[in-house]
Write a protein of this length. Structure first.
Length: 357
């Protein structure tokens, strides 16, 4: 697994990796002799954006899920374009670790992560390919996407407190409530070295509260809060009743479980929470640039954004609302600083994981 110190800031050896990804391109997955890396045809003219050449019918996507949505998005794009997508799914941490392992032979064309600072790190290291002309990009939430087109947050989740409705009779209304004696040894929190959204919550909370924000996490530790794997691993024991609460729970997972009849619900604390955008980016090392651009266009389309809403996520586009969950204007937010979050992610991860070992 990627060293947690480099998880959020674009890798410790980012400059070397950027050079490798940009210039050390492998022949595997390259276009034919009639198509260059930038999508130009043999006569030097550019192929239309979104039009896959008959000799270039491939795209590799690494996606942080959710599983069902990622597969539906791929299927929709394949049906529209005729391009065959090779999909790898994992947490943000696993995707970045895989990219690190493949740095001498880059494979992915597009990455979809569950953490905005992580993709900001990729941009900072020069690993992303700008696509400023992406269709419908002007309809995206401007706080979640790059104005130069280096990444596009096509969906988002909010972090809240998920609780078992059979075990918790009076639902908590504040993050601080979970440090009370009635929640002793009943609370899980995801591991920020495995979950980009969990780290978004921790760094977001600290960016809003300052160093004094660590007091909350110290109180959690003293009250028996357990660090329990990635998001689903932290949530499953609450669904089964082995635990009562997940703090920094990914809301769409809770909504999906509740829709299946599980005894679970979620609350957004009154003092505010953190939104975790899910950005998509084209990698500069792509060998299928036009297909990658067409995939971004599809992610921003009406069809794809409807699939996002149906998956209980917040759509990235501001003109499309979800009807199976709370929308953005219904969720109290902390005043987070994304730049601070990106710069301090590795230090927060290390301190937090050491605290909860």
């Amino acid at each position: 697994m990627m060293n947690r110190r480099v998880f959020r800031t674009g890798w410790k050896k980012g400059a070397m990796l950027a050079l490798t990804l940009t210039f050390g391109l492998a022949v595997a997955g390259c276009g034919t002799a009639t198509t260059s890396k930038n999508g130009a045809q043999a006569d030097g003219t550019a192929k239309p954006a979104g039009a896959a050449a008959s000799t270039d019918q491939r795209l590799v996507v690494y996606s942080a899920g959710p599983d069902g949505l990622a597969k539906k998005l791929v299927a929709g794009y394949e049906a529209q374009s005729g391009v065959k997508v090779e999909l790898f799914q994992g947490t943000t941490g696993k995707i970045l670790a895989r990219m690190e392992a493949e740095k001498t032979n880059p494979v992915a064309d597009v990455v979809v992560l569950a953490s905005l600072p992580s993709v900001q790190g990729l941009k900072k290291e020069g690993l992303t390919l700008p696509y400023p002309d992406a269709k419908n990009a002007d309809k995206l939430n401007p706080d979640w996407s790059d104005k130069e087109g280096n990444y596009f947050s096509t969906s988002a989740s909010a972090l809240g407190i998920a609780y078992n409705t059979k075990l918790v009779k009076t639902r908590p209304t504040s993050w601080a409530d979970l440090a009370k004696p009635e929640y002793k040894d009943q609370v899980n929190i995801p591991d920020p070295s495995l979950s980009g959204s969990a780290l978004d919550f921790m760094t977001g909370y600290l960016s809003a509260k300052g160093d004094g924000g660590w007091t909350l996490f110290e109180q959690y530790k003293a009250n028996g809060v357990a660090m329990a794997g990635a998001n689903q691993e932290a949530l499953d024991p609450v669904i089964t009743g082995a635990k009562g609460v997940v703090v920094a729970a990914v809301d769409y997972m809770t909504y999906k479980a509740k829709a299946k009849g599980e005894p679970i619900d979620i609350v957004y604390p009154t003092e505010g929470t953190v939104i975790s955008p899910r950005p998509a980016a084209i990698l500069k090392s792509t060998q299928h640039e036009q297909n990658a651009k067409a995939f971004i266009d599809y992610l921003l389309s009406d069809e794809a954004q409807k699939l996002v809403a149906d998956a209980s996520l917040l759509p990235g586009r501001t003109d499309i609302k979800a009807d199976k969950r709370a929308n953005l204007d219904e969720i109290p937010l902390l005043k987070t600083n994304w730049e601070w979050m990106g710069e301090h992610g590795s230090d927060v991860t290390e301190k937090f994981t050491q605290m909860f070992k």
